[in-house]
Design a protein around this ligand. Sequence first.
Ligand SMILES: C[S@@+](CC[C@H](N)C(=O)[O-])C[C@H]1O[C@@H](n2cnc3c(N)ncnc32)[C@H](O)[C@@H]1O
Length: 228
Amino acid sequence: MSNDKSNRKPFFRITLFLVCAIVMFLALNTLYSFTNTLQRLDVVESERDQWQRPSDVLRALDLQDGNTVVDLGSGAGYFALKLSPAVGKRGQVLAVDLRKLSLFFLWTRALLRGDHNLDVILGAADDPRLPTGSVNAVLICNTYHEFSTPERMLNHVFQSLRPGGRLVVVDRAPRAVEGEQAHEVSLPVVESELRRNGFEIVSRDGQFIDRPGDLWWLVIARKPNSNQ
Ligand SMILES: C[S@@+](CC[C@H](N)C(=O)[O-])C[C@H]1O[C@@H](n2cnc3c(N)ncnc32)[C@H](O)[C@@H]1O
């Protein structure tokens, strides 16, 4: 009997060693992919800086030190990370997305950069879960066309803004491809949805980015002041 037990010992040790080795391998592999993706994001984003006109988008938001700004549909944080220094230490960036993984990448990137004024929010498809009446500006870049209920989203954005607060929407114009369903959304459609939801149009640029086969528009809207 005791001989049987001692025979089993090496078997358990080898199994334990193999399980530990597999767990270590999987953990290192996940860490490697994660850091690799973080590095790739930086490379892709610096290439995007060449054509996306990020400083003009930030200027359109008219941010001041200490402001609260929302990046709605933040993804992994191309704009959210640029908004963080723009509102300073006293300010706050609220980055909203539906995808937990994108928000996890953004949260990690903000942590690594020491951007302590950035919070991530897991939104719902028809509700960005924003605070009411305290936001100075909202950015929706390359995301409006993905909204399944744009009017409900606009209503939530409107409620979140302070009177006079800004909303900047940037998106790709529909391409005229015969027989293909347009995935993009046009500036006139968005403008009329903005007006229907109580926004005033401050300005628009139908050719904000004009690259061969790639046209983007930008619209600046405003929640009216309460005395208007
Ligand atoms: C094409 S990506 C753009 C990301 C980022 N704005 C940028 O310019 O790099 C669109 C993002 O919007 C998010 N999204 C789509 N619908 C949304 C909604 N209703 N609320 C919050 N995020 C949404 C998607 O999960 C995705 O991360």
